[in-house]
Design a binder for this molecule. Sequence first.
Ligand code: SAJ
Length: 431
Amino acid sequence: MGLKERIEDGSAVLTVVGLGYVGLPLAVEMAKAGHRVLGIDISAEKVGLVNEGTSYIPDVPTDELARLVSDGLIEATTDFSRVGETDAVAICVPTPLNETKEPDTTFMESAAAAIAPHLHPQMLVTLESTTYPGTTEEIIQPILESGGLKVGTDLYLAFSPERVDPGNPVYQTRNTPKVIGGVTPACTEHALALYGRYIDTVVPVSSTRAAEMTKLLENTFRGVNIALMNELLMLSERMDINLWEVIEAAKTKPFGYMPFYPGPGLGGHCIPIDPFYLSWKAKQYDFRTEFIDLSGRINENMPYYVVQRLMDAMNRQRKALAGSKVLVLGVAYKADIDDMRESPAIRIVELLQDKEAEVVYHDPYVPRFSVKGAEIPKVDLTAGTITAADVVLIITAHKNLDYALVAENAALVLDTRNAMWQFDGPKVVRL
Ligand code: SAJ
């Protein structure tokens, strides 16, 4: 029976390489559609947790994972050779930047190299990791074909960008439309058939490069627009205009406008990183992506701007930052989640410590937090800890924080998220 038939009758056995915030939810959706799924990860700890039915991804309920594992639909292993037992592989590994802000494709390359020797004819491989246009065909395809199989006849290869928004209460893996572009029409067809088994909406595009570019467009759009808000924030402050109020007013326009907000900088595994995958590749075409480069400079400057505004606010109270106690409120990279990756709080605390401030933090989602290898003391949010601080610096506006308590007890607040919009007064300074 051919691959297409095995996909359509649910007998196709599927592999997910990389059991992180993308791969584990994907494996669960595949299994919920009735497919047996083999999860492969280099982390024996993750493999162990999956095999005991314990989820370490907030978007994957442990009881759901445990049921699928006990039903024999999900199994995890560190043994890449076992991919040969399966019919299709989704590669969901990280695509970070290196120290010089260039794409680090080593995770994708090593995943492809690890499965290549074990691929057999009539398998489908899809790459989900966010990357620059050309990666699938220039890097992954040669590795997969190194064993003699040919993409388009023996093997099917496609790119389908992950669109996971950690903690999103509305959109999860199943109900987020999935863009799919294959190396050949047959590759696209097989990928559409497979993803269509467990994702509500599949969106074919003409090539892997179009699919790769789709994801970068989505996130570059966000990064550039956030940078625009950050630039307008700095201008508005000089013009004594409350940009937060202006954004709320602009939002009343029912068409042709989409709100973004200024902030202390960009965190996360996508927005601060993805645009630089595109600007890096553009250079090979003698093209300078000026919008992206400028937006990067503006966004990267925001932690420095926050510290400058903090010193200005303290100066108005005749206080020096050096020797003062700063209570940092919210350190995760965005509200209501526990993820610290690339959080602007890291850079901001580094800068505060460089200026000899004493920093403590409170974040209900983040149990511990280190900067340059040193743990930052965590405090509860109480009248005592607030009054003990010379200033409260709100970096991440978790909904469950008690902003009224802060307003009652803080000597000074610098609010980088307009979280305290209800509490006007000289003590509350908005970024
Ligand atoms: N941020 C701002 N101002 C904004 C929006 C975000 O400063 O107006 C900051 C956040 O605080 C955070 C960073 O930017 O530090 C990124 O925030 P994000 O809302 O873009 O959240 P992410 O990084 O989780 O982005 C994910 C992305 N999902 C995928 O890449 C699959 C992105 O495409 C989603 O649009 C985004 O979630 C979302 O909409 O929540």
